[in-house]
Ligand binder design. Structure first.
Ligand code: CDP
Ligand code: MG
Length: 678
């Protein structure tokens, strides 16, 4: 494979572009010459562009390359194009993985624009529930989960010549697994005539540890171009982060010179609340003041709306980008001069002892404190184009208490999905599998136990047919089992709806100041059988209303999320067809749905205690409570099945449905056998 010098690469691109001129001019993405020139000028300014020769030189000499560079230095957008220009896509695609779908889709759009094609042509993306690639795709952005899925189908990944693992510092479970699998694959392909090139990229990475794992491979560090960022702390701990964030954004707007604001918040609800408040307050600003434009940015936001955060603000307007952790390192918005950091990140914490994955709600909307490294990374976002300021909504003493770096997910998450994927790839000796960071034994044992109880593994720890099918669905094992069992209970149509509903953030609005009104409206559409059945009623009602926004408004239902539900449902239906799961409806016989829920969430079943308030879990006898958001709250249901535990002052069950506890022995005999043994 020959290297090309940058200019030749540019010529090749120009040649390439001239072939497609006609098509591009007709396309949405057609670029005028001026736009193209300005993009090229910008590209050439990027630190990574300047290191192009070195990167390609080292890439040619080594099977694996580690590339470290500040966020915004051009790794994600430029390196795949360098590799393309150097001919790496001649004999297979270049895959670029991202831990987040927003990053994968937004970066694909940007690179397609730079490349001069429409998304889905030479540059495309694949994320869960969405595929925008074609036979002409050469650079494919994808979530790491999607590459893992492909690995299960084609263990050799022969469609790819090069794999770029981006954002490796995030240490997501999927990235961790990919690092290990790609290393193995590289070894096996090395011996064939089709070697695999691997590039690992990251903003802040203990590059040496990665290099050691990849047999002391080469590290290229691109010097950053950062301006100084002044860090400011609050004098006192903040009781309400959302309020503090809004106040700080307004204060910046009123007192600080021009420049956009990036404000970190936890999740869609907080972001929408903050956007609303900012919008309202901006109306009260004096006419002499610049305009203020809140721009939400979170994973579930439709791409057309995400674009507002990326597009330059109109003259005389300051953008306030309200983002989840996705803005920490995976996407870059150049105009940011001020960062507001709430010091929190949304995370699920799995407790293997109680076998529960909980959202710590009392810690501000399911968020846990970030690490010092993350705080530094967030502050850095203010110093991309000029000096900036970072407002930390916590005290300096609180900062000092943060851990140095985040704990990798492999040490704190439920591993059943990962273990199942490994089994499908024929890796069943987990103790000998070479991870970069070894997962705790307890987590592995729990994963094996869960897979056994879901009948994905048999008693000899061999993968079952059911397990193989479960792994093929883009769902956590219990949800996959739920869907796979549904046709046996003749309720696959209903379960499809339920799973799709559970895949989005809440479909109900609960606006501050209108809580009672919302609760009354919700009551009108709720089912006495529980939350899952309520979801069925809502979906049905929505379809009957012809997806009417007014109808959604009346019942405090988020119509955007409903559309998303429909979309996910369609995708899942596609998977069902592929997996030959018959689509059948139980019509009004909803007992079938409740029974089906029990087979997948057998361990999440509980019966009311004599006090008439608390519940005891069937398997662990743990004391739990109905979540106040459940439609069963206050209805004294005898026994319930639920799909999530939330830990606040108490352990709350979320998404609950009434069951007959007598079904369990019949539906999950294994559970009783194991419980009996221990
Ligand atoms: O990956 P890394 O953080 O090193 O940088 P990048 O994502 O490749 O971004 C490089 C530059 O491309 C940014 O500084 C932005 O100027 C631009 N960019 C953009 O305008 N729109 C995007 N969606 C992504 C990047
Ligand atoms: Mg990047």
């Amino acid at each position: 494979m020959s290297d090309v010098d940058p200019e030749v690469g540019e010529k090749r691109r120009k040649n390439h572009q001239s072939h497609g001129t006609k098509k591009r001019c007709q396309g949405k993405n057609s670029m005028n010459g001026e736009h193209k020139e300005s993009i090229l000028e910008k590209r050439k300014e990027l630190p990574v562009y300047k290191a192009r020769s070195e990167i390609l030189f080292e890439c040619r000499r080594h099977a694996t390359l580690i590339l470290v560079g500040e966020t915004g230095s051009g790794k994600t957008t430029q390196v795949p194009q360098f590799l393309f220009d150097a001919g790496y896509a001649k004999h297979g695609m270049i895959a670029v993985t991202q831990p987040r779908r927003v990053a994968a889709t937004s970066v694909a759009r940007r690179v397609a624009d730079e490349f001069g094609c429409r998304v889905g042509e030479e540059v495309g993306y694949t994320v869960r529930f969405e595929d925008s690639t074609s036979h002409s795709t050469k650079i494919k952005f994808m979530t790491d989960g999607m590459l893992l899925r492909e690995l299960m189908l084609d263990g050799e990944l022969r469609r790819y010549s090069t794999i770029v693992l981006d954002e490796a510092h995030e240490r997501s479970l999927n990235t961790e697994l990919l690092l290990a699998l790609v290393k193995r694959l590289q070894k096996s392909r090395q011996e064939s005539s089709f070697p695999l090139k691997v590039v690992i990229m990251s903003a802040t990475l203990e590059a040496e540890a990665y290099s050691r794992f990849f047999l002391d491979c080469k590290i290229v560090k691109v010097p950053g171009r950062m301006y100084p960022v002044e860090v400011l702390y609050t004098p006192e701990p903040q009781p309400d982060f959302l309020d503090a964030a809004v106040v700080t954004c307004l204060q910046i707007h009123l007192e600080e010179p021009r420049g956009d604001v990036l404000c970190f918040l936890c999740g869609q609800d907080q972001i929408e609340d903050a956007a609303k408040v900012l919008q309202e307050r901006s109306r009260a600003l004096p006419p002499s003041c610049d305009k203020l434009m809140p721009c939400p940015l979170y994973a579930a936001l439709p791409p057309s709306e995400q674009m507002h955060a990326f597009a330059p603000a109109p003259e005389g307007t300051r953008k306030i980008i309200l983002a989840t952790n996705i803005a920490e390192s995976s996407i870059t918005i150049d105009s940011i001069k001020y960062v507001v950091d709430n010091g929190l990140v949304k995370a699920r914490i799995y407790d293997p002892k109680h076998d529960m994955e909980s959202l710590h709600e009392e810690l501000q909307n399911a968020c846990i404190p970030i690490s010092k490294a993350q705080a530094k990374q967030r502050a850095g976002r203010a110093g991309r184009v000029s000096s900036g300021k970072a407002y930390r909504l916590y005290t300096e003493a609180q900062f000092e208490e943060l851990s140095a770096a985040a704990v990798p997910e492999i040490k704190r998450c439920r591993l059943s999905s990962m273990v199942l994927q490994l089994f499908v790839m024929g890796i069943d000796n987990l103790m000998e599998f070479e991870f970069m960071d070894t997962p705790p034994i307890l987590l592995l044992t729990k994963a094996l136990e869960q897979l056994f109880l879901l009948q994905a593994l048999d008693k000899n720890k061999t993968l079952t047919d059911l397990g193989r099918k479960m792994a093929m669905l883009p769902l956590e094992p219990p949800y996959a089992k739920l869907l796979l069992s549904s046709s046996k209970f003749s309720c696959s149509e209903e379960i499809l709806t339920i799973v799709a509903m559970l895949s989005v953030d809440s479909i109900f609005f609960n606006p501050a100041g209108k809580r009672e009104e919302a609760a009354r409206a919700r009551h009108l559409i709720s089912s006495a059988d529980g939350d899952h059945m309520t979801y069925l009623k809502v979906y049905d009602g929505w379809l009957k209303s012809k997806k009417d926004r007014e109808w959604c408004h009346q019942y405090f239902i988020n119509s955007r999320n409903m559309k998303k539900v429909e979309d996910i449902r369609n995708q899942l239906q596609g998977y069902c067809k592929q997996g030959k799961i018959p689509l059948v409806s139980c019509e009004q016989e909803l007992t079938a749905v409740a029974r089906c829920l029990c087979t997948a969430f057998y361990s999440n079943t509980a019966t009311i205690a004599p006090d008439g308030k608390s519940y005891r879990m069937e398997v662990t006898a743990q004391e739990v409570y109905l979540h106040p958001s459940s439609v069963l709250f206050g209805r004294r249901a005898r026994s319930v099945v639920f799909d999530e535990l939330v830990l606040t002052s108490k352990l709350y069950m979320r998404h609950c449905t009434v069951i007959d506890v007598g079904w369990l022995a019949e539906l999950v005999p294994l559970l009783y056998k194991t419980a009996g043994k221990s």
